[in-house]
Design a protein around this ligand. Structure first.
Ligand SMILES: Cc1cc2nc3c(=O)[nH]c(=O)nc-3n(C[C@H](O)[C@H](O)[C@H](O)COP(=O)(O)OP(=O)(O)OC[C@H]3O[C@@H](n4cnc5c(N)ncnc54)[C@H](O)[C@@H]3O)c2cc1C
Length: 820
C-alpha cells in the first residue's frame, strides 16, 4: 500500500470509484481509494440500476445527463460491459398539475439539452402495451406522459467495475478491506489517514464518498454531515407470462415505467419485474452511524408499506397479478433534507471534499465524479454547483432535523414538485424574535436555510394556507396588495436571516478589495454592492459591504449563503492576523422599512436627519431608533423604493418592531412577505444570488458592469474577466416583458427563443410585476439579442409566449423613488 498520495478517496461505491476515475481523467494519477470491505459493498450492490434523467434542478439535471452519456461510452473505453439497457423512461400523468410539472421540467431539460417528449395517452399505450390507460374510480385515467427515449437501466456493480478499470488503467490504486478509522492533520497541512488494518496513508486531499457511513466519516473530522439514510425497498417478481409472451412476440424491452401519482417505478428484470415504491412511513436509519453487524446486509421487507403501491401498480399493469414475488430488497439509501447530494468542499477544513448524500447515486455517480474531480484539480467546478454544494446546509441540520426532513423528502420523491411548495416537517426551527408578531399579522410561513420566513400575509378572514400551483393561485391577489402597499405607503419585511459578517483590522480593506470586483468603500458611511468571483470570473457570492468605521466593515449576503460565504471568507483570510472576521448573523436582526412614507415613519424614531442631503441613497449611518442603539441604517433595499434596511442588535427586535408600527400606523404601514419582495425586485431587474447570479455567469454577462472596477488592481477572477472582454461577452442579462400571459407567469428556468425558433438563452427568474402590471422574466440571452425592443419567445409550461426585451428596471428606471 502506498503511504502517500495526492488524493485519497474513502469509499468504494459507484460514487467514490467514479471520483477516482475522473481524477485520473484530469491527469492526477497519484491517487488511491480505500474501501472498508469490498467495492460496491455499500448501497451500490443492491441498487435497482435505474438512470432517470428527470430532475427539476438545473445542476443535478446536468450531472445526470453527463452520467448517462458517460455510461454509454464506458464499455468501449474500458472493455467492461455495464449492461446499459437503453429502454427509455416513461413518467405517467393523471392530473393537470402533474402535466404542469412535466412542462416546467421540460423548460429546464431544454436549457440543458436533455432529449424528451411529451406524449399522449394513445402513444403511452403504443409504447407500453401491457398497461391499462385507466379511467375508473380506482385507477385514474392517464392524460399524457413524459418520455425520455435515451435513458434506461444499468448494472450498478458492472458500472463500478468499469470505472475501476478505467481508473486503474490510468495508474490509480484501490485498496479493499482498508477502513479509515482516524484522520489527523500533519504539520505540513496534509491529511494522515489511519486504517483499521494498520498503516497510514497521507494525502494532500481527502474525498469522503462513504454513502450510509457519511456521518461516521464526517465525525472523524468533527463534521456533522447532513446525510442520513432512509429505508428503500423494491420487489423482485418471478417470470411474468404476459411479459414473456410480449417479448417472444417481438416486443422490445419496455421503458422503465413511473407512475408518480401512485408513487412507484416498474422495470423489466429477466422476464419478470422490479417494482419499487416510495412509500409513506419509510424510516430513517443509522442516525448515529451504521452498526458493525450491518455490513452488506439488508433490512427485512415491510409488506404493509408496499401493499398500497403493489395494488396500484397491479391495477395499472394487470400482468403483475400473475407472477409470484421472488424477493424483497430493502436497503438504506442516503438522503439529505432536499434530496440532492452533497458534492464539494467540506466547511471549516481545507482540502477535504464530500461526495455524499446520494439518493440517486447510480444515476449521479458519473456527473458527481466529473465535477468533483474538476473542482479538486482546477480549484473550481466547471458548472454552477450551488444546488449540491455541501455548504447549502448549516449547523441547524442536526440529527433530529435530518431524520424528520429526510423521511419527508423520501415520501415526497414522487409528489408534484410545485415551485411554491413548502414542506411542513421539522418546523418551525429557526425563527426571528418577532415570529409570533408576524403570525398575528397572518403570516403564511415558508422555510429557507432552517429559517421561518413569511411568504405572504393572509388578511383577516382569509385562510392562512397556500394552494400550491405552477400558475397564479390563491395568494396572488394578497401578494399584489402587499407589493402595492410597499410602493404606495410603507411596508416592513423581516430579513433577519441575512448572513452578516464583521470584518475589522488594519488589513480589512485591502483584503476585502482583493476578494471582490467592485471597489470596497473607503469612506465611513459608504457602501458598495460587490461580487466575489470565481477564478473563472463567475459570480460566487454577492456582498453588500458597508464601512461602519475606520477598519470596520459590515458585510451582508444572502441568508441561505451563511455557511457557504462564511467558509469562503474564513478560508481566504490572510495568515498574518491583520484581519478580524466574525460571523454575526445571529446577533443582528434586520427589518426593511421601505415605501414613500418610510422616511416619515423612521423620523419619528430617530433624531438622525433622514433628508437626502444628510442621508443620501447608498449611504449608511449608525443610529438610535427609539430605545434601540447601535442600529446600522443602510439606505438601500431589495425592493427599489425609498427605504432603509435597519440592522439592529437582536435584543431590540420587539422594541423596534413595535416602534415602527406605532409610528407607521397613521401612514397605513403593513407587513410585506417574500413573494411580494420577489415581485418588487423583478420589477427592478434586481438579480438574486443563487438563481440569477451564479458561478455560471460573469458580472459582465450579468450586465453588472457598473459593479466591476477593472482598473482598481488585482482581485480574484480579474484575469478571466480580461480574457472575456478581449474575446467578447457571450451573454447578457436582460429583462423581458412577456405577452399573452393568462395565468402562468415565468418563474425561472424557462428557455428563450429567437424569432427563428432557436434557443438563445434562459430565464433565471420571473414573476408578475404587481405594480407595473406586467408579466416579467429576467435572464440571459446571447449578446446580440440583448438590445431593448428585440422580440423573443419564452416557453412557459409548454406554451411559447412572445416576449420583448425591455430596458432594465421596468419600475422606476431612473431610480427616482430611491433618490427621493
Ligand atoms: C433498494 C435500493 C434501490 C436503489 N435503486 C437505485 C436506482 O435505481 N438508481 C439510482 O441511481 N440509485 C439507486 N439507489 C441508490 C444508490 O444505491 C445509492 O445512491 C448509491 O449506491 C450510492 O453510492 P455511493 O458510492 O455514494 O455509496 P455506497 O455504495 O454506499 O458506497 C460507500 C462505500 O463506502 C465504504 N466506506 C464507508 N466508510 C468507510 C471507511 N471509513 N473507510 C473505507 N470505506 C468506507 C462502504 O463500505 C461503501 O462500500 C438505490 C438504493 C436502494 C437502497
Amino acid at each position: 500500500m502506498k503511504t502517500h498520495v495526492r488524493v485519497l478517496v474513502i469509499g468504494g461505491g459507484a460514487v467514490g470509484v467514479s471520483t477516482l476515475y475522473h481524477l485520473t481523467k484530469k491527469g492526477w494519477t497519484d491517487v488511491a481509494l480505500i474501501e472498508r470491505t469490498e467495492l460496491t459493498a455499500g448501497s451500490t450492490w443492491h441498487a435497482a440500476g435505474l438512470l432517470p434523467l428527470f430532475n427539476m434542478s438545473y445542476t443535478v439535471g446536468q450531472l445526470h445527463k453527463y452520467s448517462v452519456d458517460l455510461y454509454k461510452r464506458l464499455p468501449a473505453e474500458t472493455g467492461q460491459d455495464v449492461s446499459f439497457h437503453v429502454t427509455g423512461n416513461l413518467r405517467l400523468a393523471t392530473s393537470r398539475e402533474r402535466m404542469d410539472e412535466y412542462q416546467k421540467y421540460c423548460g429546464t431539460a431544454n436549457t440543458i439539452g436533455v432529449p424528451f417528449e411529451i406524449i399522449t395517452a394513445k402513444q403511452v399505450k403504443e409504447l407500453w402495451p401491457l398497461l391499462e390507460l385507466g379511467g375508473s374510480a380506482e385507477t385514474a385515467a392517464i392524460i399524457g406522459a413524459l418520455y425520455h427515449p435515451q435513458d434506461g437501466h444499468i448494472a450498478p456493480a458492472d458500472l463500478t467495475m468499469a470505472l475501476r478499470k478505467g481508473a486503474r488503467n490510468a495508474g490509480a490504486e484501490i485498496y479493499e478491506h482498508t477502513e479509515a478509522v482516524g484522520i489527523e492533520r500533519t504539520a505540513s497541512g496534509e491529511w494522515r489517514v489511519r486504517t483499521a488494518k494498520g498503516g497510514d496513508i497521507t494525502a494532500e486531499h481527502l474525498v469522503f464518498a462513504t454513502g450510509n457511513y457519511a456521518r461516521q466519516t464526517g465525525r472523524l473530522l468533527g463534521l456533522n454531515v447532513p446525510a442520513i439514510p432512509v429505508e428503500h425497498q423494491y420487489i423482485v417478481y418471478d417470470e411474468s407470462p404476459e411479459l414473456k409472451a410480449y417479448r417472444q412476440g417481438g416486443g422490445r424491452e419496455l421503458a422503465v415505467l413511473r407512475e408518480p401519482d401512485t408513487s412507484y417505478y416498474l422495470r423489466e428484470e429477466r422476464m419478470g419485474w422490479i417494482l419499487g415504491p416510495y412509500e409513506k412511513g419509510a424510516p430513517a436509519r443509522f442516525a448515529d452511524g451504521v452498526p458493525e453487524w450491518f455490513g452488506r446486509s439488508l433490512f427485512p421487507g415491510d409488506l404493509d408499506r408496499l401493499v398500497p403501491h403493489v395494488e396500484a401498480a397491479t391495477r395499472r399493469v394487470p400482468a403483475l397479478e400473475h407472477c409470484g414475488i421472488k424477493d424483497i430488497v430493502n436497503g438504506p439509501i442516503s438522503y439529505t433534507p432536499d434530496g440532492s447530494p452533497l458534492i464539494g468542499p467540506a466547511w471549516g477544513v481545507r482540502n477535504v471534499w464530500l461526495n455524499e448524500g446520494h439518493s440517486f447515486g447510480i444515476t449521479a455517480a458519473g456527473g458527481a465524479g466529473w465535477q468533483l474531480a474538476e473542482w479538486i484539480v482546477e480549484g473550481e467546478p466547471g458548472i454552477d454547483m450551488l444546488a449540491v454544494d455541501p455548504r447549502r446546509f448549516g449547523a441547524y441540520a442536526g440529527k433530529r432535523y435530518l431524520v424528520k426532513k429526510n423521511e419527508e423528502t423520501y415520501r415526497n420523491v414522487y409528489t408534484v414538485h410545485f415551485p411554491d411548495e413548502e414542506r411542513p416537517d421539522a418546523r418551525p426551527a429557526k425563527t426571528s424574535p418577532v415570529y409570533d408578531k408576524l403570525s398575528d399579522w397572518g403570516a403564511v410561513w415558508g422555510q429557507r436555510y432552517g429559517w421561518e420566513r413569511a411568504n405572504w400575509f393572509a388578511p383577516r378572514g382569509v385562510e392562512r394556507r397556500d394552494q400550491w400551483s405552477f400558475r397564479r393561485t390563491n395568494y396572488f391577489e394578497h401578494v399584489g396588495n402587499e407589493a402595492r402597499l410597499m410602493r404606495e405607503r410603507a411596508g416592513v419585511i423581516d430579513l433577519t436571516p441575512f448572513t452578516k459578517h464583521e470584518v475589522t483590522g488594519p488589513g480589512a480593506e485591502s483584503w476585502l478589495d482583493g476578494l471582490v470586483a467592485n471597489k470596497v468603500p473607503t469612506k465611513v458611511g459608504r457602501m458598495a454592492l460587490s461580487h466575489a468571483l470565481t477564478k473563472r470570473g463567475g459570480i460566487r457570492s454577492e456582498f453588500t459591504i458597508t464601512k461602519i468605521a475606520e477598519q470596520h466593515f459590515y458585510v451582508v449576503s444572502a441568508g441561505a449563503a451563511e455557511r457557504y460565504d462564511s467558509d469562503y471568507l474564513f478560508k481566504s483570510l490572510p495568515p498574518d492576523g491583520s484581519v478580524g472576521l466574525r460571523n454575526i448573523t445571529n446577533t443582528r436582526g434586520c427589518f426593511v422599512l421601505a415605501g414613500p412614507k418610510s422616511r416619515e415613519v423612521l423620523a419619528q424614531l430617530t433624531d438622525t436627519p433622514l433628508d437626502n442631503t444628510a442621508f443620501p441613497w447608498l449611504t449608511a449611518q449608525v443610529i438610535e431608533a427609539g430605545l434601540a442603539v447601535d442600529v446600522y441604517a443602510l439606505r438601500v433595499n431589495f425592493v427599489g423604493s425609498l427605504g432603509w434596511e435597519l440592522h439592529f442588535p437582536i435584543e431590540y427586535a420587539h422594541h423596534l418592531f413595535d416602534g415602527l408600527f406605532q409610528a407607521g400606523s397613521t401612514y397605513g404601514i403593513g407587513m410585506v412577505g417574500m413573494r411580494a419582495m420577489e415581485s418588487l425586485r423583478v420589477e427592478k431587474s434586481y438579480r438574486m444570488w443563487g438563481s440569477d447570479i451564479t458561478p455560471d455567469y460573469t458580472p459582465f454577462e450579468a450586465s453588472l458592469d457598473r459593479f466591476v472596477r477593472m482598473k482598481k488592481g488585482s482581485f480574484v477572477g480579474r484575469e478571466a474577466l480580461e480574457r472575456q472582454l478581449a474575446a467578447g461577452v457571450p451573454n447578457r442579462f436582460v429583462t423581458l416583458e412577456v405577452h399573452q400571459v393568462t395565468d402562468a407567469d415565468p418563474l425561472g428556468n424557462e428557455p428563450l427563443f429567437d424569432k427563428g425558433g432557436r434557443m438563445i438563452g434562459r430565464a433565471t427568474s420571473g414573476y408578475y410585476g404587481h405594480t407595473v402590471q406586467k408579466s416579467l422574466a429576467i435572464g440571459y440571452v446571447r449578446t446580440e439579442l440583448a438590445t431593448p425592443g428585440t422580440e423573443l419567445a419564452i416557453e412557459i409550461l409548454g406554451e411559447r409566449k412572445p416576449a420583448t426585451v425591455v430596458p432594465e428596471s421596468p419600475y422606476d428606471p431612473e431610480n427616482l423613488q430611491l433618490r427621493t
